[in-house]
Design a protein around this ligand. Structure first.
Ligand code: MCA
Ligand code: AMP
Length: 491
């Protein structure tokens, strides 16, 4: 198993944060100090769950690798989540310590007190007394990332050190990561896209990551015009935002930025379907042929268009190195010819170990060793095309996977709402936008802005409905179940 941090080029810059540069050597030092501090005299954290609430920063990287090196399980938290969302992550995984930055610590300290979890400020974590670190087998649990699904509460996806090493290795090989690469990181660091595809691949390759706590299109474009980056990885929503920004600029300014994009070696899109119009517009503007790939929190990346070879619009390509894929029809038969749709099932070292504390869900997710993704695909000329998901209750908005059931659960507590059904409706920017159909209690009224304000401390902002319709009754079938496909047309 390869080490997650490249140690062959100590003098190279690993991280750029604002004006500060951290070399691989600096980073190594800080991680050693962090791991020693966390161990505090013990020899192995023995899979203790340690969460961290840190924006994209060198501190985040130090905490992640510090926990790993000391033998703990890293639980990265969404910095923009609400207290009840954090509570679920912390309680369901038995987290014992939370590492936070000064700024974030105030927002989580009451919760930590209530749950009897110790809250440590990152600058107080390190130790000058260098410990010896445990040897970590590939089977050891390394990380828990939360993913929404067909249950109302997100599930904790456990990956091992071996899974993570395999997820990184397949991408470093397929996309030819090099130590000369420079990549901006603006994606959230509580999901695989940001953690593995960008941060971890770069640090494995000895490349440089420019960390930014938030997406800033204008600033990024200025950097691109100066040829600051060789790689870009983003969700389709971000490409739409770039396109809109570039189209609004004076021609000469836009041309300079587009040239910067053209000079990069690779632009990748994933986490949600990239519409063909976005693929085409990006190529027209920048000359870059987007490389689209397909993945999931439970499996890392599984399918990808070729770095060297055809990249087909609207398709996610072929299995990555070391990843086995089969499509399975509803009957359970494995699809044996092109053009027949089936559920994507995956077998690979990249596939997660388990849902934390949820053996039933783990068992249900596998059939004969194959992980069942719930995504339906079809193959044409060897290229996979994603056709949809088996569950209408999963919504993909701006790359985030949202559970309609989780949102319904929260909205039902609203004093004006008697019944609610949430669906995702097609949206140019977000891919799918969260839309809520409600039946109100007698005499009650409700506006979209009122609903959004009420949701503020209950749901992360990106989960709150962008559309609201009030109905006399929800469309239901003979069994009394809401007919969600017909509801979509209401919006
Ligand atoms: C922000 N808003 C959103 C979303 N993001 N609404 C719906 N869906 C979203 N994804 C809303 C906010 O609530 C706010 O609403 C308004 O947009 C502005 O918020 P802001 O934070 O300023 O927006 P932004 O910075 O432009 O964020 C958009 C974003 C972000 C950068 C596209 O959503 C993002 O980082 N998405 C990527 C998520 C990701 O990495 N997913 C990977 C998971 P209001 O104005 O009403 O308050 S999938 C994965 O990991 C698998 C393995 C895979 O295949 O990659
Ligand atoms: P998550 O559970 O947040 O990791 O999201 C994984 C899901 O995102 C997959 O199961 C797919 O439904 C979707 N997804 C990821 N990449 C793509 C893609 N390129 N095209 C379509 N859907 C995608």
């Amino acid at each position: 198993m390869q080490k997650p941090l490249n140690q062959a080029f100590p003098d190279r810059v690993a991280l750029v944060e604002g004006e500060a540069n951290l070399t691989y050597e600096d980073l190594e030092q800080r991680i050693g100090s962090m791991a020693s501090g966390l161990l505090a005299g013990s020899s192995d954290l023995q899979e203790e769950r340690i969460a961290f609430l840190l924006p994209a920063s060198a501190d985040y990287v130090v905490a992640l690798h510090g926990v790993w090196r000391a033998g703990g399980i890293a639980v990265p938290l969404n910095v923009a989540a609400t207290e009840s969302e954090w509570e679920h992550c912390l309680s369901s995984t038995g987290v014992t310590r939370v590492i936070a930055a000064d700024e974030e610590s105030a927002s989580i300290s009451a919760l930590c007190d209530r749950l009897a979890i110790s809250l440590i400020i990152i600058r107080d974590c390190g130790s000058d007394h260098r410990a010896s670190f445990p040897a970590l087998s590939p089977q050891r649990r390394a990380m828990i990332v939360f993913t929404s699904g067909t249950t109302s509460k997100p599930k904790g996806v456990v990956t091992t050190h071996g899974n993570i090493a395999a997820q990184i290795a397949t991408l470093v090989e397929a996309w030819e990561w090099q130590r000369e690469d420079v990549i901006p990181l603006f994606l959230p660091l509580h999901h695989v896209h940001g953690i593995i595809n960008v941060l971890s691949c770069a640090l494995r390759a000895g490349a440089t990551v420019h960390l930014m706590p938030k997406l800033d299109i204008k600033w990024l474009c200025e950097q691109v015009a100066n040829d600051a980056y060789s790689l870009l990885m983003a969700v389709p929503t971000i490409y739409v935002k770039f396109i809109d920004y570039l189209r609004d600029l004076p021609t000469e300014e836009s041309r300079l930025i587009c040239e910067g994009f053209a000079n990069m070696r690779l632009n990748i899109s994933g986490s949600a379907a990239c519409p063909v119009e976005v693929f085409d517009e990006w190529q027209q503007l920048t000359g870059q042929v987007l490389l689209e790939r397909y993945g999931m929190t439970e499996i890392g990346m599984a399918l990808s268009n070729l770095y060297r070879g055809e990249r087909r619009a609207g398709h996610v390509g072929q299995p990555l190195p070391g990843v086995q894929i089969q499509l399975v029809e509803e009957s359970g038969a494995v699809v044996s010819r092109e053009g027949v749709p089936g559920e994507i099932q995956v077998k690979s070292d990249t596939v997660f170990l388990e849902y934390w504390g949820n053996p039933d869900a783990t068992t249900a997710a596998f059939v004969e060793g194959w992980f069942c993704t719930g995504d339906i695909a079809v193959v044409k000329d060897g290229f996979h095309r994603i056709m949809g998901r088996s569950s209408i209750d999963i919504i993909k908005s701006g790359g985030y996977k949202l559970s309609a059931l989780e949102i319904e659960d929260k909205l039902l507590a609203h004093p004006a709402i008697a019944e609610v059904a949430v669906v995702g409706v097609a949206d140019r920017t977000w891919g799918e936008a969260v839309a809520a159909a409600v039946v109100l209690k007698a005499g009650a009224t409700l506006s979209l802005s009122g609903l959004k304000a009420w949701c503020e401390d209950k749901l992360s902002a990106y989960k709150t409905p962008k559309k609201l319709v009030v109905l006399e009754a929800l469309p239901r079938n003979a069994m009394g179940k809401v007919v969600k496909p017909s509801l979509k047309s209401v919006f």
